[in-house]
Design a protein around this ligand. Structure first.
Ligand SMILES: Nc1nc2c(ncn2[C@@H]2O[C@H](COP(=O)(O)OP(=O)(O)OP(=O)(O)O)[C@@H](O)[C@H]2O)c(=O)[nH]1
Ligand SMILES: [Mg+2]
Length: 449
């Protein structure tokens, strides 16, 4: 996802890490790379200009905070500016009931697919959705929506005799109300480009159905053009949100970054594949982290969830409650992480670790395994007894150094402390947090075996 912007921005960010002073000259210097990265990713030039000016103003006026290096502080400034650019925190989309949603967008942007994806998501959130086919132009458009609705077991309304989209929109509304739907989605026709006829039709539909949400579905590969498309649709219809589609493709990421800032319309969802489940809620902060290569601990947790089964989760949660989680369990978790696939791909999700080569990562994980394996059963269950001579023996036995052993124990101790704080939460949630903390705990000094 967004490889160009991610690669270039993370390169720019890496170069900043070592910065030991914030002065006008070296901030400007560092920001030249950021600027180039954004422009190369198709971010609109006006957006780039404003972004750089904001970061500069923010960073230069700031004193260096104790505990942070100037480089880190600059990165932090860029991150928060990027979050703001991507839209910050949006209000909860799922707060209203009933909810009427009009889906609009250019031809082939993914309206029909997204209508179904979103309806399916609403169903998961406890709504009773229904979808209404209002594309009367493209042959087979109605069939496409009907088939997808069937696949997702969603109520569907269409009228193949009626040629006026507005009439279908209205009769669909009445039908959906009769069927007690509390989230109604209208799929509409696309055009190759915005034209007056399309806009008038959408305006008429808007008057007829009074939607609370008008979502623009936009292909993220549109690049610079995305900004104009969003602007036009917004001027004509007053959009309430944007859905970016095809993020799984080779989009550079510029569209995402520019659209919100030019229109002030929040990005609400992102399509990440062709399957009905491939729709995610858009989070500006997670996307900013991803783009900057700072990793996304949350996706790591989600990935981890797929591997750790429910039973195991409950067993571990129980252990955590009593803080009897041992080094044995720790080792098992490490192995699970390894089994989740390439360690390096997982590490990309951890802050500060994405620059580590897969070789490095695998070596480090192996080292952890070796250290724990060199402990006796008793030591693994009661790590508190591992003092002086035992540490030396373990280091020798595992072919590591005393510092490696100390570091691992420190990290484990940190995890246990985190667990104690989590006594009140439950099962799977606890495990999620633990996995996230594991990520966080490994990123500090203690990681450097
Ligand atoms: N890979 C990928 N493909 C997608 C995504 N969203 C939609 N598509 C595909 O894009 C193509 C067009 O999607 P549609 O939903 O038919 O687009 P539309 O806007 O309704 O198109 P028209 O009705 O012709 O205007 C289909 O092949 C979809 O499977 C996505 O997030 N990722
Ligand atoms: Mg369609």
């Amino acid at each position: 996802m967004f490889e160009v912007i991610t690669d270039k921005m993370s390169q720019a960010i890496r170069a900043m890490r070592g910065l030991n002073k914030i002065s006008e000259a070296n901030v400007a210097d560092a920001l030249v790379r950021v600027k180039t990265a954004l422009l190369a990713s198709d971010v609109h030039y006006k957006v780039v200009k404003e972004f750089i000016a904001n970061v500069q103003a923010k960073c230069l006026g700031q004193k260096v905070v104790v505990g942070a290096t100037p480089g880190q502080q600059l990165i932090h400034g860029i991150h928060s500016e990027l979050v703001a650019l991507l839209g910050g925190e949006s209000p909860n989309f799922f707060a209203l009931k009933p909810l009427r949603i009009l889906m609009v967008g250019l031809h082939g942007s993914g309206k029909t697919t997204t209508t179904i994806k979103l309806a399916a998501m609403l169903q998961k959130k406890g709504y009773h959705p229904a979808v209404i086919a209002c594309d009367v132009y493209r042959p087979a458009a109605i069939d496409q929506l009907e088939q997808l609705a069937q696949q997702a077991s969603l109520p569907f309304y269409g009228d193949r005799e009626e040629k006026r989209a507005v009439s279908i929109a209205s009769s669909g509304l009445a039908w959906a109300k009769e069927h007690s739907a509390d989230a109604i989605l209208w799929d509409t026709a696309g055009r190759l480009q915005i034209d007056d006829v399309l806009i008038q039709e959408l305006k008429d539909m808007r008057s007829a159905i009074q939607p609370q949400e008008i979502l623009l579905v936009a292909d993220s590969a549109l690049g610079q053009e995305a900004v104009n498309v969003a602007k036009h649709f917004h001027e004509a219809l007053t959009l309430t949100g944007i859905v970016l589609t095809k993020l799984d493709g080779d989009a550079r990421g510029g569209a995402a970054v520019s659209m919100k800032s030019v229109t002030q319309v929040p990005i609400r969802f992102m399509g990440t594949g062709e399957k009905i489940s491939d729709l995610e809620i858009f989070h500006a902060d997670r996307m900013a982290q991803r783009i900057l290569g700072m990793g996304d601990v949350i996706s790591l947790v989600e990935k981890a969830q797929e591997v750790v089964d429910q039973q195991e989760a409950e067993r571990l949660a129980e252990k955590m409650k009593h803080a009897t989680f041992t080094l044995d369990d720790f080792l098992q978790q490490m192995r699970k992480i390894q089994n989740m696939g390439s360690v390096s791909s997982l590490l990309q999700h951890l802050p500060g670790m994405n620059s580590m080569s897969s070789e490095d990562a695998d070596k480090r994980f192996k080292r952890v395994g070796a250290v724990v394996s060199s402990m006796t059963l008793k030591e693994r269950r009661h790590p508190d007894i591992i003092h002086g001579q035992r540490r030396v023996r373990i280091a020798k036995g595992s072919g590591t150094t005393l510092a490696d052993v100390n570091s691992l124990l420190k990290q484990f101790h940190y995890m246990k402390q985190m667990m104690k704080k989590m006594k009140n939460t439950h099962g799977r949630k606890e495990l999620q947090q633990m996995m996230a903390q594991m990520g966080g705990g490994m990123t500090g000094d203690s990681l450097h075996f």
